[in-house]
Design a protein around this ligand. Structure first.
Ligand code: NI
Ligand code: MN
Length: 223
């Protein structure tokens, strides 16, 4: 059974026994919520939503150590390739195919953290399970389209405010996406993004048909 593990901030893993491991935004060594040391992190693919330090994190270290492939927007992937890492470049709206399934890049309204680049979100098909990771983003109404085009099993949404959507906007995002399960992230890493995930859960479950699962860092959700 595939599992989504949360390592705090915006770092998630998708894995299944004997299958490829995907890590999203592997911010580990400077992440006060990280339940592991960077040397314990294994991944075959590293999905980078953008290159801000709290997302790029330890991507290079993990890519070097395990030969993992960085999947990101063209500017970030090309920089990684020119730095000697395995990288797969794609861009907003495009889907790529891999042994585990596919990765589509979505819009995200946020800085890229690299000159001339874009931030993105991801829709991952992992052995038939559809997971949307919004990246760092504000609310945008085209999330409706994401919910219409792909029937989502899980939507991962930032809720911490200041840099991304806060609780109320993320509840609207959840109503647009209509995923079976919503999991919040990008909160309580630092005082600036202190947020009550229970309040988010209450509102999501009152206003949408989605179930909200709060993952304490180090815990996981079985798909
Ligand atoms: Ni950011
Ligand atoms: Mn961030």
């Amino acid at each position: 059974m595939p599992e989504i593990s949360f390592w705090g901030h915006a770092c998630f893993l998708i894995s299944e026994e004997g299958k490829e491991t995907l890590i999203f935004d592997p911010f580990i060594s400077d992440n006060p919520l990280a339940p592991v040391k960077v040397g314990e992190a294994y991944a075959d693919y590293i999905l980078l939503s953008h290159a801000h330090w709290d997302h790029l994190g330890d991507a290079y270290e993990i890519a070097k150590q395990h030969g993992a492939t960085i999947i990101s927007t063209s500017e970030i992937a090309k920089k990684a390739a020119s730095d000697g890492l395995n990288a797969h470049a794609q861009h907003l709206g495009g889907r790529s195919y891999h042994p585990f399934g596919s990765v589509k890049l979505t819009l995200a309204f946020h800085g890229a953290g690299i000159e001339g680049g874009h931030a993105c979100g991801f829709i991952v098909d992992y052995y038939g399970n559809k997971i949307y990771f919004a990246g760092d983003t504000g609310l945008f109404s085209d999330m409706k389209l994401i919910g219409e085009l792909d029937s989502l099993d899980v939507a991962l949404l930032p809720i911490g405010d200041n840099f991304t959507m806060g609780v109320d906007d993320a509840v609207i995002a959840a109503s647009f996406l209509q995923a079976k399960v919503v999991i919040p992230y990008h909160y309580n890493t630092w005082p600036l993004i202190e947020t009550d995930p229970e309040l988010f859960k209450q509102k999501v479950e009152a206003k949408t048909d989605s179930r909200c699962v709060i993952l304490p860092p180090g815990s996981g959700y079985n798909l």
